[in-house]
Ligand binder design. Structure first.
Ligand code: IPE
Ligand code: IPE
Ligand code: MG
Length: 248
């Protein structure tokens, strides 16, 4: 089965409403939200963390299986050190404060991205949060941390090359499944619906492989204003899209 045919939606038996299995969100607009209020950018990021909490809860209630949130890109290191440190501080806080709520919501945590560049204490908090939420079965919350799709594909290509050099994999055996198995998202369903907030219309190096057949949705809402109603509206609009996967 190819990546495209593996895509599927969980519907109501064909009656129209379909819930995407995997929703991915580029959470953008925190800085502009703060600027519009004459507040420092960190205030926008704090409100953004509140929006994460609301959205995770709503995703579980709607019946979404996987919610992937772009929290920090491999390019975000280009920001001023103070902002990077503020964002890492919020991440630490989230990992400590939200685990109980994740467990209560039946959510299990997973991360994608190159974690090697994160501070050791953040990595330890991630490991702990993953362990404590391991029994969640309702929703998989995937946090993209120091994530870049090109970097992810480079790491997958290196893994394949290493196996070929070691003689454990012949080049002819490399297909869609073998590549997917070496991506950070291995085992997750492909992205059905990709939402970007704040009116920007670009992918910014997010899930380039996994979103091959995703429905793209760009909304003007700034991320700190995103809520359950905004997610429900996106899911409703998704249900009205006709997906063809190259067929008729
Ligand atoms: C998204 O908001 C948060 C991260 C990228 C970490 P931004 O910080 O990019 O907000 P804008 O784009 O400056 O408004
Ligand atoms: C994308 O937002 C990254 C995250 C949401 C974590 P950015 O605000 O960093 O993207 P660009 O720089 O506008 O493309
Ligand atoms: Mg931005």
């Amino acid at each position: 089965m190819t990546a495209a045919t593996a895509l599927s939606v969980r519907g109501d038996g064909g009656g129209g409403r379909a819930v995407p299995r995997h929703v991915a969100i580029i959470m953008d607009g925190n800085g502009r939200w703060a600027k519009a209020r004459f507040l420092p950018r960190i205030a926008g990021h704090r409100q953004g963390a509140e929006a994460v909490r609301r959205t995770v809860r709503a995703a579980g209630e709607i019946g979404i299986e996987v919610l992937t949130l772009y929290a920090f890109s491999s390019e975000n290191w280009r920001r001023p050190v103070e902002e990077v440190s503020d964002l890492m501080g919020l991440l630490r806080h989230f990992l400590k404060a939200e685990v109980a709520e994740l467990v209560a919501n039946g959510a299990r945590l997973r991360v994608i991205g190159d974690l090697a560049r994160l501070d050791a204490d953040v990595r330890a908090l991630i490991d702990e949060a993953i362990a404590r939420t391991a029994s969640g079965t309702r929703l998989t919350l995937v946090l993209a941390l120091n994530y870049g799709a090109q970097d992810e594909l480079v790491r997958a290509a290196r893994a394949l090359a290493e196996e070929a050099r070691a003689g454990t994999l012949v080049p002819e055996a490399i297909d869609v499944e073998e590549i997917e198995a070496r991506l950070d998202t291995a085992g997750l369903p492909p992205v059905d619906l990709l939402i970007r907030t704040s009116g920007e219309v670009r992918l910014s190096n997010f899930l380039l492989w996994q979103a091959a057949y995703a429905e793209l949705m760009f909304v003007d809402t700034l991320w700190p204003d995103f809520d359950a109603a905004a997610l429900a509206e996106a899911v409703t609009r998704f249900g009205a899209r006709e997906r063809r996967f190259g067929g008729l």
